[in-house]
Design a protein. Structure first.
Length: 430
């Protein structure tokens, strides 16, 4: 049964803490297995990648067939339905237009002492994009990861996508073609992360790896961090809907089930000021779930991880939302902008009754790669800045150096770093 809470109950504080502390991530201990795979890929390169691909995906490859050819990519793109192609182009163009506005500007200035200060931005040159395959094949994820990297100025984007038993998702390759990705490898799992991080004879190493994956992929990204950069360690998907009496229970139920159908620990939570909305939404979930092709997955997710919380006010709802720090927060309100400033911890916020989270997944323009598992308290969704590096610029002339030198020398002496002080003082000698 989904959790049902009321903030006015005497046990609410305890019950809410239990909800916050519930673990939805896969409990399987995969760290040691992944460490072995990564070590093997680092040592044997292509041979290890090929062996693990045959073992886990039932696909026999050679170094020459690791990479999709241009003809294979073009053929796959040509097979997709015209409406899907049009949708991918629309999504690409909207994502690009929005992310273009995120690109930062260099700035250099001189302060009152004549010191030159500033910041310059440069792109991460080589990016690896991991895209799930098999049952969880998401062409939208290709665009959400590749477009910001391209906007940032990455000169190389290498994509890996598993093709179990040789099964290719044409829409994934079509999305890659639209995003301008020509370097695509038919491998997945921890071995793909290892190949991108360490490089093999066929797959050149990258500087940063982004994209979602299963528990093995998440563990591999965690272990290669430091050798390369990563976007985040993604956990199960989640949505929190804040609603009042103006909301439509059928719409809310559809949004809750849209997250629950991800499975694998996905969580859907409704926080409402109206008990009637809470009751009606619960009934709607039960009615609608029976209509879904993935009814078992969505229904099980709602039953195991769903929650309905009744509160006394929207201010209280905002406070709970900030404690939950959900990946997605929907404001199902007539005036969502009034509550918006009070939501501080959220991966993305969706305004009003006509903005279902699913629009953000596909064609809204904002990015759907977002922090999960309460990490929205300190992390942000994927964007252009994730593919750029900020470099400080500093310059002194003789007079500004002379003005700053005494303080620099004093601090160097205080830290016992005599050579530091001398590197300053030597420049004061005429």
């Amino acid at each position: 049964m989904p959790v049902r809470l009321d903030s006015r109950d005497s046990t609410f504080a305890r019950d809410f803490e239990t909800l916050l502390g519930s673990k939805r991530e896969a409990s399987e201990e995969v760290g040691a297995i992944v460490a072995g795979i990564l070590g093997d890929v680092r040592k044997r390169g292509d041979a290890a990648v090929i062996d693990y691909t045959e073992r886990f995906d039932g696909l026999t490859l050679t170094p020459r067939t690791l990479r999709f050819t241009a003809d294979e990519i073009a053929a796959a793109a040509a097979r997709i339905a015209p409406d899907v192609r049009a949708a991918l182009h629309l999504a690409h163009d909207r994502i690009r237009a929005h992310h273009e506005k995120q690109k930062p500007l260099d700035h250099i200035y001189r302060d009152r002492l004549g010191v030159t200060l500033g910041t310059v931005w440069t792109p991460v040159e080589a990016v690896g994009v991991y895209v799930p395959g098999g049952l969880a094949a998401y062409p939208s994820s290709v665009l959400m990861n590749a477009v910001p990297a391209r906007v940032a100025g990455a000169t190389r984007i290498a994509m890996t996508v598993p093709t179990p038993r040789g099964e290719v998702n044409d829409a994934v390759l079509a999305a890659a073609e639209i995003a301008g990705i020509t370097e695509i490898y038919r491998v997945g799992g921890a071995q793909a992360i290892g190949a991108l991080a360490y490089g093999t004879a066929t797959i050149a190493p990258v500087s940063k790896i982004t994209g979602p994956g299963n528990a093995f992929v998440a563990a591999a990204k965690r272990q290669v961090f430091g050798v390369v950069g990563i976007d985040m360690i993604a956990g199960p998907s989640e949505v929190l809907v804040i609603a009042d009496a103006s909301a439509n229970p059928a719409w809310i139920a559809a949004d809750l089930l849209a997250q629950a159908e991800h499975g694998m620990g996905a969580q859907s939570i409704l926080v409402t000021t109206d008990a009637a909305i809470a009751d009606a939404t619960g009934k709607e979930v039960l009615r609608q779930v029976a209509l879904l092709p993935r009814a078992r997955i969505a229904g099980d997710g709602w039953e195991e991880f769903g929650a309905v919380i009744t509160v006394a006010s929207l201010d209280e709802a905002a406070d709970l939302a900030n404690r939950i720090a959900s990946e997605h927060v929907e404001l199902a309100l007539d005036n969502p902008l009034a509550l918006l400033p009070k939501i501080r911890n959220a991966g993305a916020i969706f305004l009003g009754h006509h903005t279902p989270e699913a629009i953000g997944d596909y064609v809204g323009g904002s990015n759907h790669v977002l922090p999960t598992a309460r990490s929205a308290r300190f992390a942000s969704g994927l964007g252009v800045l994730d593919f750029m590096k900020r470099t400080s610029v500093l310059g002194c002339d003789p007079s500004s150096l002379a003005a700053l030198a005494p303080a620099a020398i004093a601090l160097a002496d205080a830290e016992g770093l005599d050579a530091h002080g001398r590197s300053v003082s030597i420049r004061l000698n005429r």
